[in-house]
Write a protein that binds this ligand. Structure first.
Ligand code: 5GP
Ligand code: MG
Length: 476
């Protein structure tokens, strides 16, 4: 691979290590690559930038990966060229638009008679420390850094993949949900906080690991359980066992998985995500009632919250925006004239429905605010007499260091504006955000199992504030 050295104190043009989809499968007579393809297809929403599969036939690992959607990267001939009954897969996400082939995963390393492939969801927060400890490495991302560290340990200390991971994993800090393999073993890991999800299922006599339960459903696999924070589950053709290599574990699942990221049909912490989003909408309607004529969701992420909002407020739920289902399937840049019309590529308002109405527009979150501002403008153009914005999560004020690639603080609309200022910037008649305790209540989970850093500024681990790739912005 054509990699640049991983240098400290040189902010990268892109942010490596994003919230992604990871998958793994092992089982007798399983067409592992084909099953991984369908698993990744179900995890497409977690990353649209690149897709990849590593497969082992027991002797050799073969990797195929490229930029693009799962369905663009793979076809029958490429899958036919990936024989084996053990595989890991990855879909990679980035909102900041970095699209370099080198950053696609699984990451692969070959040394001696060994080979490993690794798929990562999350961000490490101690890459500088790791580099200081490990010495010069050829790696452009934290995922490659992890892979090299694991490979070195295997090579130098002549350890198995499992023993190498048990030694090396405790040196990593931050968010790392991993599916890793060598020629014969599949290993799933969640960091000790469990920032990102990972679940386990069975398929016949085989085993499946996936970021979300929806990927088990698509394969007809049976959900067994979530991998615990700090758990390393080791599966080979002989069986399955777990290790807990970290000294201290405490669940801090990313709350944004419930707000936005996970598929509505996935289950997290035992709850169907869709139901929790409806409950967010119900609580929002109680918290911030408004007199209006129609409740309009911003598809698709705002739909369940809008349903809940309409149910409690009695303001009829009405489709007022249509989403182009095929958005994300083109890599052709819009012409400049079109770019000005930006969001209309994705969403278009129906004047016949919006015209003359007092609209409550419901969405799950505002990050940069650019989409929302255009949507509000579109509502006005379509003839809305009032536009009231209701957001089913608190203001997104703080940068994420654990795998949401939402940009640094300066790009976040709420980082340096009050809610009233935000209303003025967006041009709405009123705005309300769901309060954090209500959001947590809607998930049905206890308060202390979440990372809420992006909403509260309470970072569960230390985050880098100088140098490295994940600079805290100097503007507070
Ligand atoms: P904004 O107004 O901040 O430009 O966009 C708000 C929209 O972004 C919301 O509809 C929300 O669902 C969506 N959103 C929230 N987080 C993310 C993310 O990480 N990636 C992408 N692509 N969209 C997001
Ligand atoms: Mg959305």
């Amino acid at each position: 691979m054509n990699c640049e050295p991983f240098t400290v104190n040189a902010p990268s043009p892109d942010r490596p290590g994003e919230s992604c989809g990871v998958f793994g499968i092992i089982g007798p007579d399983i067409d592992a690559a084909r099953m991984t393809y369908f698993g990744l297809f179900a995890l497409q929403h977690r990353g649209q930038e690149s897709a990849g599969i590593a497969v082992s036939d027991g002797r050799d690992i073969t990797v195929y990966k490229d930029l693009g959607l799962v369905a663009q990267v793979f076809n029958e001939p490429t899958l036919a060229g990936l024989p084996g009954d053990l595989a890991v897969g990855h879909t990679r996400y980035s909102t900041t638009g970095s699209n370099r082939w080198e950053n696609s995963q699984p990451v692969f390393r070959h040394f001696g008679n060994n080979a490993i492939a690794l798929a990562h969801n999350g961000n490490l927060t101690n890459t500088s420390d790791l580099l200081a400890r490990l010495g010069p490495l050829t790696a452009t991302t934290d995922s490659e850094l992890m892979t090299e560290a694991i490979a070195r340990e295997m090579e130098n200390a002549e350890l198995t993949l499992e023993d190498s991971l048990a030694t090396i994993l405790p040196t990593f800090e931050g968010a790392f949900t991993l599916t890793v393999m060598d020629q014969t073993t599949l290993i799933g890991v969640r960091d000790p906080r469990g920032f990102r999800p990972l679940c386990l299922g069975t398929l016949g006599d085989g085993w499946v690991l996936a970021s979300e339960t929806a990927a088990l459903d698509i394969l007809g696999a049976t959900f067994v359980r979530e991998i615990a924070p700090g758990e390393m589950v080791v599966i080979d053709h002989q069986g399955i066992h777990s290790q807990f290599p970290f000294a201290d574990t405490h669940q801090q699942l990313c709350i944004f998985e419930f707000v936005y990221f996970a598929r509505p049909d996935s289950k997290l912490l035992g709850e169907t995500v869709h139901s929790t989003r409806q409950e967010m909408g119900r609580l929002l309607a109680r918290q911030a009632p408004i007199d209006a004529d129609i409740t309009v969701p911003v598809p698709e992420s705002g739909i369940p919250a809008a349903q809940g909002f309409a149910e409690v407020s009695g303001i009829p739920y009405t489709d007022g925006l249509v989403k182009n289902r095929y958005v994300g399937r083109t890599f052709i840049q819009p012409a400049q004239e079109m770019r000005e019309r930006g969001v209309r590529m994705k969403l278009n308002a129906m004047a016949g429905i919006i015209g003359g109405q007092r609209v409550v527009l419901v969405d799950d979150s505002i990050v940069r605010g650019s989409t929302t501002r255009q949507l509000v403008g579109m509502m006005r153009e379509a003839g809305a007499t009032e536009v009231h914005l209701r957001i089913s999560s608190p203001p997104y004020r703080w940068a994420c260091y654990y795998g949401m690639d939402t940009g640094d603080r300066s790009t976040l609309l709420a980082s340096d504006h009050t809610v009233d200022e935000i209303a003025a910037i967006l041009g709405v008649d009123s705005i309300a955000y769901l309060e954090l305790d209500s959001l947590i209540r809607a998930t049905g989970a206890p308060t202390n199992v979440f990372c809420t850093a992006c909403l509260s500024g309470d970072y569960p681990t230390s985050v880098p504030d100088v140098g490295g790739k994940f600079l805290l912005e100097s503007s507070p």
